[in-house]
Design a protein around this ligand. Structure first.
Ligand code: FES
Ligand code: FE2
Length: 439
């Protein structure tokens, strides 16, 4: 049970909030690098409830700053991106990517005080074809999270952005919920439909799995076993990593380098940012006859981006058209009638309301992962508020290199943690910045 005070702490990420202060200790994946063109149009960007603009200057550097000009608050979205800076069109003040005022064009030279003026700029970095933003104290900027997926060479990496119109917490919880897959995504799929060698077949056999979970330094590790061939269990490993990362199982752990960030734009909008290993990205699990499982498909159908604060990476199938639900298909072949794993998750988590009313929930034992994740987030945010000590992963981003989601078979009599460690130890494709530099 999440009480109203906890609910508020968990779901509010604006400036000055407990969770917002925690989120500001971490780098946030914010835009595709390709969204910013040197000397191109500034982009409106909402992050943690703050209205920002992002632009790429003439030298290719990225600037991310409060959209308000520090002179009299005109929006720099309308600014001129020219000669290594953004120039406000109201009175011509100009700022570089670090917020330094380069020119105070409307003030006579003897009254100029540009050296005393700064636009509110945040640190930006690029990796994996993504612009990352750090909104915390700029005196102690941490490294980017060492997630395997973001350290993949760019030509092996696929990055997908999708706007989700709800609070980040319920979006994130949709990824770590261990029992919904057998219903929402595979509800009408029968074991006989799927080839023996496709491990995900076991999802269709045991639809009320038990699960194991444990706290780690970086977050929460969850294993869901289902009976497989005699003497073996089929395990799906899912991880939650602070503060908004999920590492979910979409295939064999050896073929599977995958991370998703659930980045709060404001309290009712979240950007899903998915990093996956393009070369080995698992195909949607097929049926025995080679056809696709009805309703199971990748992400498709983005609308064109607009310049609105919340106009980037929306899907054509959305709440306004009931996510293009096909009721006939729902009766005969697809549990939800909606096409695409992500779209199914999108529809369901958005359907809970912009921010879930936790007082209306009736949690079950199958929701223990949800409650433990909330508790971990609360404890971490409150500990940071109390001590100011950098939270896990902020000052030591290398800890993200440890977990990997995915599935495998393990002997039923092996301890689940040991079995996981063994699987991780035998991976020959671990990705680290060191490996990338060596290649
Ligand atoms: S408001 Fe921007 S230069 Fe005056
Ligand atoms: Fe899902």
């Amino acid at each position: 049970m999440t009480n109203p005070a906890e609910s508020k702490t968990l779901t509010e990420t604006g400036p000055g909030t407990t969770m917002g202060n925690l989120m500001r200790q971490y780098w946030l994946p914010a835009l595709k690098s390709s969204e910013l063109v040197a000397d191109g149009d500034p982009v409106r960007l909402m992050l943690l409830g703050e209205k920002l603009i992002a632009f790429r200057d003439s030298s290719g550097r990225v600037g991310v700053m409060d959209h308000r000009c520090p002179h009299r608050c005109a929006s720099l979205f309308f600014g001129r991106n020219e000669e290594d800076g953004i120039r406000c069109v109201y009175h011509g003040w100009k700022f570089d990517v670090e917020g330094n005022c380069l020119d105070m064009a409307n003030v006579p030279p003897h009254q100029d005080f540009k050296h005393k003026v700064k636009a509110k700029a945040y640190k930006a970095a690029e990796r994996g074809g993504v612009v990352w933003v750090y909104m915390g104290d700029t005196e102690s900027v941490p490294g980017l999270p060492d997630l395997e997926a973001i350290n993949l060479p760019e030509d092996e990496l696929e990055v997908t952005f999708v706007l989700r119109e709800c609070n980040y917490l319920q979006a994130l919880e949709g990824d770590i919920d261990p029992s919904h897959f057998s219903f929402l995504h595979f509800g009408l799929v029968q074991p006989d439909d799927i080839a023996e060698e496709v491990m995900a077949r076991h999802i269709t056999i045991d639809r009320a799995p038990k699960f194991e979970l444990t706290e780690t330094e970086w977050g929460l590790m969850v294993g869901t076993p289902r009976p497989a061939k005699p003497g073996f269990n089929y395990w799906r490993m899912t991880h939650f990593a602070l503060p908004f990362w999920t590492l979910t199982p979409h295939g064999a752990i050896g073929d599977h380098i995958w991370a998703r960030g659930w980045v709060p734009l404001d309290d009712t909008h979240t950007m899903h940012v998915e990093f996956s290993w393009a070369a080995r990205s698992p195909a949607v699990k097929g049926r025995k006859d080679g056809s696709k499982i009805p309703g199971a498909a990748g992400v498709s159908g983005h609308l064109a981006n607009t310049s609105d604060w919340l106009g980037r990476w929306r899907l054509a199938a959305n709440a306004s058209n009931d996510y293009q639900i096909d009721r006939a298909a729902q009766r005969s072949e697809s549990y939800s009638g909606m096409t695409g794993i992500l779209l199914q998750d999108q529809a369901i988590t958005e359907s809970m309301g912009a921010t879930t009313d936790h007082s209306f929930e009736r949690l079950a034992p199958s929701d223990q992962v949800i409650t433990r994740t909330r508790r971990r987030l609360l404890q971490t945010a409150e500990a940071f508020a109390a001590t100011g000590t950098p939270p896990p992963g902020a000052a030591n981003p290398e800890i993200y290199g440890i977990p990997r989601g995915g599935d495998y078979l393990a002997a039923a009599d092996t301890d689940w943690r040991e079995a996981y460690e063994k699987e991780i130890a035998r991976l020959d494709n671990r990705v680290s910045p060191a490996r990338q530099a060596a290649e």
